[in-house]
Design a binder for this molecule. Structure first.
Ligand SMILES: [Zn+2]
Length: 386
C-alpha cells in the first residue's frame, strides 16, 4: 500500500492556505489546482461556468483521471476552494505537526485540508503505480455561500455516481446525514411618525417585531431541528417611530415535515402580531404588515449505512486500523447538494478544527489519516473490479 507523505501534505497545505480564496474570488486557487491536476496526469482538466452564473471570478475545477482499472466504478472526490472571511493574507504558523494562524485570519483548512488530501492521494497513486479506477475530482467554488458552486456544478462529464466530499472536522468520522435548511427573510412594516409630536400616528416596527420574536421558539427545537434569527436591522433615528425592521434567520431539520412546521411557526408569530397593530389616518385604518420569505438553502441528506460508498469507507478504515464512525452532522455541505443531484456522497473528516474562527488549526496527522483511508478506499474499489 502506498505511503502518504506527511511532510509533503503539510507543505502543500501551508502553500494553499496562503493563496487568498474568499468565496467568489477563487481564481488563483483554481489556477494552482488546474496546474496540479495536469501535472498529476489528469486526462482532462477544465472549469465549468458556475462562476459566471453566480458572479464569481472562476468556475468549479473538474479533473478526470482515467485509472488503470477502467472497469472499476468511478469515484468522485471533492473539496471546496473557497474560505470564509477574514481569510486574506493568511500567515500559517507551523509548530511541529500543528498548523494555526497568527490570530488575524482563519486558516482556511476548511477546506484546503480536503484539497491537499485529494492532491496527495493522486500523487501516491501515480508515483507508486497503484491500480485504481477512474477518479473524478471536483474542486468547488462558493461552498460557504449557500453551496452555490455545487448547485451550479456541470455534472455532464462526470462518470462517478458516488464518492466522498472531504469537508468536515473530525478525522475518522464519515458524515452521511445532514439537515435541510431554509433561509428566512422577514420585513416588518409599520408606519413612520414623529416620536415626540405625533407618536399615535405611527406603528413602531421595532416593537411589533419584538413581540413576534418574543413569542417564537428558537434555538434547539428538538433532537433534529434548530432555528435562529441572526441579523436584525431597523429604524433611522431616535425621534422617529420606525416603519421598517428587516430580520434574517434560518431553520434546519433532518425531517422535512419538521422543517416546514418550524418555518410555518416562525411565519405565524409575525402574522399573529401585525394584525393587532393599526392606526387610523385620514379616516383610513392602516395595519402593520409582514413580508415573510423562506427559501430553501439546501435539502437534507441521508446516505444509507448499507450503501456501497459507506461500506467502502468503513472497510478502508478497518484496513488502516481505524474504526470509521458513521454519523450525522448539523451543518450543510456540498454533499447535501450532490446527493440531490443524483450522486451518493458522504463527507469524510479531515481534521480541520475551530473552523470559521481566527483560532482555526489542524494537526497534520489527522490529514494523513484521512488520506490513508481515502487511498485505501480507492485501492479496494479497484481490487474488487479486477
Ligand atoms: Zn467547508
Amino acid at each position: 500500500m502506498g505511503r502518504i507523505d506527511k511532510a509533503r501534505i503539510r507543505d502543500l497545505l501551508v502553500e494553499l492556505v496562503q493563496i487568498d480564496s474568499h468565496s467568489r474570488e477563487e481564481r488563483e486557487m483554481a489556477d494552482r489546482l488546474e496546474r496540479e491536476m495536469q501535472e498529476l496526469g489528469a486526462e482532462r482538466v477544465f472549469r465549468d461556468d458556475a462562476g459566471e452564473r453566480i458572479g464569481g471570478n472562476t468556475g468549479n475545477v473538474i479533473a478526470l483521471f482515467a485509472g488503470s482499472v477502467p472497469n472499476a466504478p468511478a469515484l468522485l472526490v471533492s473539496a471546496h476552494m473557497d474560505t470564509v472571511q477574514p481569510g486574506k493574507g493568511v500567515k500559517p504558523i507551523v509548530e511541529g505537526d500543528v498548523i494555526r494562524t497568527d490570530g488575524t485570519t482563519v486558516l482556511g483548512g476548511d477546506d484546503k485540508s480536503g484539497v491537499a488530501i485529494i492532491c496527495e492521494i493522486l500523487r501516491v497513486l501515480r508515483d507508486e503505480k497503484i491500480p485504481h479506477g477512474p477518479i473524478d475530482c471536483v474542486f468547488t467554488i462558493c461552498e460557504e455561500r449557500g453551496l452555490s458552486g455545487a448547485k451550479h456544478l456541470d455534472v455532464a462529464s462526470l462518470r462517478a455516481k458516488s464518492g466522498v466530499v472531504l469537508d468536515s472536522d473530525a478525522p475518522g468520522f464519515l458524515f452521511t446525514r445532514a439537515p435541510g435548511a431554509n433561509h428566512i427573510a422577514i420585513k416588518v412594516r409599520g408606519l413612520e411618525a414623529h416620536a415626540g409630536m405625533a407618536p399615535e400616528k405611527g406603528l413602531n416596527a421595532i416593537q411589533i417585531a419584538s413581540q413576534a420574536i418574543a413569542n417564537m421558539k428558537l434555538g434547539r427545537i428538538d433532537h433534529e431541528t434548530t432555528a435562529n434569527l441572526g441579523v436584525i436591522h431597523g429604524g433611522t433615528a431616535i425621534n422617529v417611530v420606525p416603519n421598517l425592521v428587516e430580520i434574517q434567520g434560518e431553520a434546519r431539520s433532518h425531517s422535512e415535515e419538521k422543517l416546514a412546521a418550524q418555518t410555518d411557526h416562525m411565519r405565524k408569530c409575525f402574522e399573529d402580531v401585525v394584525g393587532n397593530h393599526r392606526v387610523a389616518r385620514k379616516g383610513e385604518a392602516i395595519t402593520a404588515r409582514v413580508e415573510f420569505t423562506a427559501t430553501r438553502e439546501y435539502e437534507a441528506m441521508n446516505v444509507p449505512d448499507a450503501s456501497p460508498i459507506v461500506q467502502l469507507i468503513v472497510e478502508a478504515g478497518e484496513r488502516c486500523g481505524r474504526q470509521v464512525t458513521v454519523t450525522g452532522m448539523g451543518g450543510g455541505c456540498d454533499a447535501n447538494i450532490l446527493n440531490r443531484r443524483g450522486f451518493q456522497v458522504a463527507n469524510l473528516g479531515t481534521g480541520m478544527r475551530d473552523i470559521h474562527t481566527v483560532k482555526e488549526w489542524l494537526d497534520v496527522n489527522d490529514m494523513v489519516l484521512a488520506a490513508e483511508i481515502l487511498l485505501e478506499a480507492v485501492a479496494i474499489n479497484a481490487a474488487r473490479a479486477s
